[in-house]
Design a binder for this molecule. Structure first.
Ligand code: FE2
Length: 194
């Protein structure tokens, strides 16, 4: 069996385990934690994710699909972020779990603190921080907010499992803490209706 075959088999097993957990319990803080531990275990099998199988981004970052389920299913990706890549605080609108394969990426978590009464206006405050490095992961509920920053001189490689495939993502809200503003990217949910 080739490494790609072994990887595909392991990814299919992960998704089967994910569905076994969520079919009866749904998505809750506890099940997200369980999914994170499953993903950390998979990411720990570094031999399944040899760098030669995943092209580096030309700049910033790149997501390699590992297993994208049909219709409105989940999406599992190998994400590569180059040194210096940063993402401002944002809310995906859908849950996700991440687990580090190699490198280091700092995730800061935020909560929204305004009353949502002024369009385009938003304030956030930091409520936590995780350094994603091999052996660690993180989980976010549908409307949790995080920022990311690659730390050090090596790319940060991680596995990312999202509730929806990236091609069917909801609107993502991007926050600018310094200016107290928020903007949203267009939703791709219409793809789910097609
Ligand atoms: Fe994100």
């Amino acid at each position: 069996m080739t490494v790609a075959d072994k990887r595909n088999r392991a990814c299919a097993k992960l998704l089967a385990d994910v569905h076994a957990i969520t079919a009866t319990e749904g998505i809750t803080p506890s099940t997200l934690h369980a999914l994170k531990l499953k993903l950390v275990a998979l990411a720990g099998k570094a031999a399944l994710f040899p760098p030669a199988d995943f092209a580096m981004p030309l700049a910033e970052g790149r997501n390699h699909p590992l297993l994208v389920e049909d219709n409105d299913g989940h999406g599992l990706y190998l994400a590569i972020s180059l040194p210096g890549k940063e993402a401002a605080p944002h809310d995906h609108g859908i849950w996700c779990v991440n687990a580090s394969v190699s490198g280091r990426e700092r995730h800061r978590f935020f909560r929204r603190t305004d009353d949502l009464s002024r369009p385009g206006h938003a304030t956030v405050e930091q409520v936590g921080e995780v350094m994603l490095a091999p052996g660690t992961g993180m989980a976010m509920a549908d409307h949790d907010i995080h920022s990311t920053e690659v730390v050090g001189d090596d790319p940060a490689v991680s596995l990312a499992l999202y509730g929806y495939a990236l091609a069917r993502f909801p609107s993502v809200a991007w926050y600018h803490p310094r200016f107290g503003s928020v903007r949203t990217s267009p939703s791709r949910r219409h793809a789910a209706m097609a």
